[in-house]
Design a protein around this ligand. Structure first.
Ligand code: MRU
Length: 348
């Protein structure tokens, strides 16, 4: 059940199929797409019907349920082998958010454990992944809000809310909690070119939940900081490397640089499913390059000179040295580095 200031669920398993709120259409149209096959789920992740690191992982987990159901119906003896290509199709959908691969590994372990018809066991594992994500967000909300200090405004980037997760949100979860506790008076939301997650999604979530929000162009963030309007910049992550470097939506890195210069604190909020201890540093994180079209057009209209070349990385890497605090459901890490990350991620 959603909490106060958290009215939306973008990923919903209903009557044996997956309903995804189509995030390409927001804020103009609120429409769920019903997906009944793993191919449709992989396509929906690739096309950003669903997006945001934890939400991608959760959708993929439900995609595995659809795949197992179909493969088992096809051949109950060989389904464990034939499902391999479905897992590969999901894994190939987007490269940067490690939650996708983390969720697939969990579903693979559930496949290994399951006996008989897999539909029930795998659905139960996908639901657990989903519920654990919401619980992690609630916990991170409390841990992050406890760090905010005196009441003020905060800046955020991209969308890290209910739309990007199982529900409640990571950075937006801290913001929801901080607002409910009276510690946040206003949220400044970067529009987040080129896909406009801030303008289309974060502003939509916050307006809907009655949290005061001001939209700004990405290029206005440093000026906002210089005017002393924000005390914190709070963002999510798509992958955190073993040394604490953080991959997140393109534009995050320059926010971190500007925040350090202006004495604004920089908080990264991400569940442990976003941490990849197999990658030593941010340079190893695969960065998705997206279509030139995203920069050449806006709302279907051409906005750039015909024939221009385009560089469109969807994510950037913020060095750990610029992160004041990393908030996970396992705890808070101030000034993250390799040693602290190893301690955080050690098996409990
Ligand atoms: O390309 P997107 O919209 O999937 O990118 C999303 C982000 O970069 C988010 O900041 C990140 O996934 C954290 S969401 C809780």
């Amino acid at each position: 059940m959603p909490y106060a200031h958290d009215a939306v669920r973008a990923v919903v398993w209903r009557e044996d199929a997956l309903d995804l709120l189509d995030q390409r259409l927001l804020p103009a149209v609120e429409r769920y797409r019903r997906l009944a096959s793993v191919t449709e789920v992989a396509q929906a992740i690739r096309d950003m019907v669903v997006r945001g690191a934890p939400a991608i992982g959760i959708a993929a987990a439900y995609g595995v349920v659809l795949a197992a159901r179909a493969r088992y119906a096809e051949d109950p003896k060989r389904w464990r082998r034939t499902i391999g290509s479905d897992l590969a199709a999901l894994a190939a959908a987007r490269p940067t958010a490690v939650n996708l691969f983390w969720a697939l590994r969990r579903m693979e372990r559930a496949i290994d454990r399951s006996s008989g018809n897999p539909a029930v066991d795998l659905l139960s594992e996908a639901r657990t992944i989903h519920e654990e994500d919401i619980a992690a967000n609630r916990r991170m909300g409390q841990l992050g809000a406890a760090l905010l200090g005196e009441r003020g405004a905060v800046l955020t980037h991209c969308n890290t809310g209910s739309l990007a997760t199982g529900g409640y949100g990571t950075a937006l979860g801290v913001i929801r909690e901080g607002y409910a506790a009276g510690l946040i008076e206003r949220v400044y939301a970067d529009e987040t070119r080129p896909w406009l997650q801030g303008a289309r999604l974060t502003a939509w979530e916050l307006v809907r939940d009655g949290i005061p929000v001001t939209l700004l162009a990405d290029g206005a963030a440093a000026a906002l900081m210089r005017e002393g309007r924000v005390r914190w910049t709070i963002v999510g992550a798509d992958r955190v490397a073993a040394n604490g470097d953080v991959a997140n939506k393109i534009g995050t890195y320059h926010l971190a640089v500007a925040a350090r210069y202006h004495g604004v604190r920089f908080m990264v909020v991400a569940p442990s499913s976003t941490v990849d201890m197999n990658l030593a540093g941010g340079a190893d994180i695969p960065i998705e390059q997206r279509a030139a079209e995203e920069l050449l057009t806006l709302g279907g209209q051409p906005i750039a000179a015909a024939g221009v070349d385009v560089w469109n990385p969807s994510f950037d890497v913020t060095p750990a040295a610029l992160v004041d605090v990393l908030v996970t459901e396992r705890g808070v890490v101030r000034a993250p580095d390799g040693e602290k990350m190893a301690w955080l991620m050690a098996e409990i």
